[in-house]
Write a protein that binds this ligand. Sequence first.
Ligand code: ZN
Ligand code: ZN
Length: 277
Amino acid sequence: MPVPVFTGADIMFRNFLARAGYPVDPPFEGFSDELCFIPGWRKTNNAGYHFVGAKEFAEPRTEVGHRLVVKLLLGPLDGWVLHRCGNASCLNPYHLYVGDADQNSRDRKLHEAARAAMNVENSTEDVGQWVRKPKPVALSQEESLMTRRFPGFFPDRCFFADWLHFTFDGYPQLCESEHPGAVVGAHRKIYQLFNGPLNKYDILIHACNNKHCLNPYHIVKFGRENVDDWDFKYDRRCKINQAGREMIKDRTMSAKEVSQEIGLHIQRVYELRRALG
Ligand SMILES: [Zn+2]
Ligand SMILES: [Zn+2]
């Protein structure tokens, strides 16, 4: 598959944002069939796995990165997600497939034998890169248990995942939830996996003007929400109306009085007062 070239309206829009002073992450570079895709901006656990926050799920409200990739790009997931490349941190959808325990153990043997033959611990890592793209020691050819294949991301084509659900404000999300797209939108997970780091206050917009689109070529960081505005708009621990908000700002009332008046934990009143300066 040819690697798509990043051109046209997207890059012009990105340059426009950069000139206007917005923090612009490097453009998404696409995936290669052969090389891994390891986001250099993400931390992994000891096993090499990424964990991404997912408020729409029950506790622990996170999902493993490579499982997220399958859920977002390939379809509803039932089973294990295995790495053809044997590289636990890789998020390249071409290197992921749905398999079982037997396939997992055959893959492990394949990768161990390849490493032994090459006399290396692991595939060579280009550490320090924005996206690390080591060449795998071997690529498993096991058959995926999922029939759908990833069709690729292209700069001039939107990407839709029609198996996802929608938030009340019209963004795709992984499962039904009461949260808005600015909290649980699937495009926010795509950005964190493939584009760059994302703070919960960061605003993302679609350069293609289609909020159903999950193409990382089209998703751009566009400034930040005001921190206290965000907490009032989106934090479900904090269902406060305008009157309550005025009370929190009103320093003639003690935190205890505010807490009793609007039924909020006193610690939360302190936090919000700090957030509001
Ligand atoms: Zn890989
Ligand atoms: Zn698009």
